[in-house]
Design a binder for this molecule. Structure first.
Ligand code: PEP
Ligand code: MN
Length: 339
């Protein structure tokens, strides 16, 4: 059930509805919007009677939910969510660029890439300290030592740190050092990890699972929001298909398809979709063209020596070029989209 408050409803009236919801043993999620506040009610296992709410002071109407998700939906919030990350954000007018190596390998490597990311004008730095590798013999990441290097990058360049948590223990540590938690494709349906991320004070980037439908992906975001963390960013990173000329197939249609259903920001990861360096720039531009709120891309100072995903890493020069091209595109498209 959604309880839509009147445009002029005051905080006491919102509180009054929340109290009624709590007295029923249910959970209230109040999301203030530009025009009005909507309160999502969760915890019920059968439909609620709208008459319990629609006569309460300040209430415009109570609406039954017909879709499988509630909190991510446009009924809950009609305008797009802007996820704040310190003095930066994801989902606003600016294209959010998150760039950095697949993995933090050494302090020197990380700083060399960070310098180029900062010079290119990106506001976010990525780098994995915990890597979900297909082979247990492959480089698994530096763990907490990697997180410490990332924290130094933030200190030096003011870049916001985005890094993956593979499990709940790792999330405790990521929370200590980073600005944004990344939940990887392989963990998209790790429900206990999603719930833990939902109890975090940090925003979460939720990657789409390798073979997840749109609905499964949105329901995974719902798990996070249900725990009270509404700062969720969805990331399309390519899905498994029969095609073998790319590592995965970038589902560009996912961006407008999510937009039609959800207020959450959506970003594109052209690197894991492409798998090959030469495809990253065209896919990044495709992402901007379909209206993505941002890009997450892999960059390395020496791709051939990379311990992880070297084939898809942009060189520092290529990253600079990508930045100017995607910015130019976004500068043309954003005002048109807003009009
Ligand atoms: C990554 O960003 O390095 C990563 C492992 O991504 P994904 O979960 O999309 O494979
Ligand atoms: Mn990678």
């Amino acid at each position: 059930m959604f309880v839509v408050m009147k445009a002029d409803a005051n905080a006491r009236q919102v509180e009054g509805v929340i109290q009624v919801v709590n007295e029923m043993g249910l959970c209230a999620h109040a999301l203030p919007g530009a025009k009005r506040t909507v309160i999502g009610i969760t915890g019920n296992h059968s439909p609620l009677d709208p008459s319990r709410f629609d006569r309460l002071p300040g209430v415009e109407e109570a609406i039954q939910v017909t879709k499988p998700y509630k909190l991510i939906s446009l009924e809950m919030r009609s305008e797009k969510t802007v996820v704040p990350v310190g003095d930066a954000s994801i989902g606003g007018d600016e294209l959010a660029v998150i760039a950095g190596p697949c993995a933090v390998e050494t302090r020197e490597q990380t700083f060399a890439v960070a310098e180029a990311v900062w010079r290119g004008g990106a506001r976010f730095f990525r780098g994995g300290a915990y890597k979900p590798r297909s082979s247990p013999y492959a480089f698994q990441g530096l763990g907490e030592d990697g997180l410490k290097i990332l924290a130094e990058v933030r200190e030096r360049y003011g870049l916001k740190i985005v890094t993956e948590a593979l499990d709940e223990h790792g999330l405790d540590l990521v929370e200590r050092y980073a600005d944004v938690i990344q939940i990887g494709a392989r963990n998209m349906q790790n429900f206990s990890l999603l719930r833990r991320a939902g109890r975090s004070h940090l925003p979460v980037i939720l990657k789409r699972g390798l073979s997840a439908t749109l609905e499964e992906w949105l329901l995974a975001a719902e798990y996070i929001m249900l725990e009270g963390n509404y700062n969720v960013v969805l990331c399309e990173r390519g899905i498994r298909t029969f095609s073998d000329h790319t590592r995965n197939t970038l589902d560009v249609a996912a961006v407008p398809a999510v937009r039609r259903l959800s207020h959450l920001p959506v970003i594109i990861d052209p690197s894991h979709a492409a798998g090959h360096n030469y495809l990253v720039l065209p896919l990044a531009k495709a992402g901007v063209a379909v209206g993505a709120d941002g890009l997450i891309v892999e960059v390395h100072n020496s791709p051939r020596q990379a311990l992880c995903d070297g084939a898809q890493a942009l060189t520092l020069e290529q990253f600079g070029r990508m930045m100017s091209e995607v910015r130019a595109m976004h500068g043309v498209l954003e005002p048109l989209a807003a009009a």
